[in-house]
Design a protein around this ligand. Structure first.
Ligand code: MBD
Ligand code: FE
Length: 310
């Protein structure tokens, strides 16, 4: 049994390419470049040729997710693991590999019908140091921990959990029990890891308009979190979840809306995966809701008014 090793690349489909170029570089501080193709541009976060391809496809959603495996042996074994459970995949052609800048890849749909790719051998441009789209105090934290984490739509979170653990080799569990009194249910989101990043993918459950709820980008310097938050606020970009600290990855983050109407979570200075299951009823602090309607209208933190009632 082999497992994926990192969340390695993403493809976004967007309707407003110019807004995305500005947003990625000037708001989020990412490096943006193109290779003269009219229908796409690339986003860098580190030495990898690109981490994100922004396609002029008009979907305003996640178009595909790329999970890395260590090398050719693991790639072959992963195909056998998919065969064993009857997942139909297509092998990337030479042109597909060139398009993604990888040595080899396969494409298939995950249990939630999210276009998923497994690859090995990303192109690394060590001659081209990462150059942020605006001043940064530190850097994006990627490396062995991949590009960040994503929250994916799944019609059946238990089925998705089984697939990502038993077939893709990830580990994790339900990590929160969050009461939602308005609808009388308890949300039980699942978080999965495949390296030292606390989670690389999570499933909230429940209906969602888009495949992706958010992409989390991690930085290694608290001053970048403050500066990016200032920029977002000054540009009056809606913040959906205010600054706060999660219980699981203990990262100091906030969530704001990107030009496609889904969310970027920006933060860092937390902890790595504990590699043993835990669950929480509350975040550490903060993360109050602000702009509603982006699929994260959850009360995450403890209500300290209870302190006086008891
Ligand atoms: C996360 O990264 C997150 O997005 C939520 C909703 C809860 C815990 C960690
Ligand atoms: Fe998150």
């Amino acid at each position: 049994m082999v497992g994926v090793t990192e969340l390695g690349y993403l493809g976004f489909g967007v309707s407003n390419m110019d807004a995305w170029r500005e947003y990625a570089s000037k708001v989020m501080g990412l490096e943006v470049f193109d290779e003269g193709e009219k229908d796409r541009f690339y986003i860098r976060m580190d030495y990898q040729h690109h981490r994100i391809t922004v396609h002029n496809s008009g979907t305003d959603d996640l178009d595909y997710v790329g999970w890395r495996v260590a090398g050719p042996e693991e790639f072959d074994q992963m195909m056998r693991q998919l065969d064993a459970v009857g997942v139909k995949y297509t092998r990337g052609t030479e042109a597909d590999c060139k398009e993604r800048s990888v040595l080899d890849l396969i494409k298939f749909l995950d249990p939630g019908d999210n276009p998923t790719e497994i690859y090995h051998g990303p192109r690394i441009d060590y001659h081209k140091p990462f150059h942020p789209g605006r001043g940064m105090h530190g850097r994006f934290l990627t490396g062995q921990q991949g590009l960040g984490h994503i929250i994916l739509r799944q019609a059946d979170t238990q089925k998705a959990y089984r697939f990502y653990t038993d077939v893709l080799g990830m580990r994790g569990s339900v990590e929160y029990h969050l009461a939602i009194p308005q609808i009388g249910i308890t949300a039980k989101p699942i978080f999965l890891h495949c390296n030292d990043r606390d989670h690389s993918v999570a499933f909230l459950g429940g209906p969602a308009e888009k495949r992706i709820n958010h992409l989390m980008l991690e930085v290694d310097n608290i001053d970048d979190i403050g500066q990016t938050h200032d920029i977002v606020r000054d540009l009056e970009i809606p913040v959906t979840v205010k600054l706060g600290k999660h219980a699981n990855d203990q990262m100091f983050t906030f969530y704001s809306v990107n030009p496609s109407g889904w969310l970027f979570e920006y933060g860092g200075v937390g902890r790595t995966a504990s590699h043993q299951s835990e669950y929480y009823e509350y975040d550490m602090w903060g993360h109050d809701n602000d702009a509603p309607g982006y699929g994260l209208d959850l009360r995450l933190r403890y209500d300290w008014a209870n302190l006086l009632k008891k």
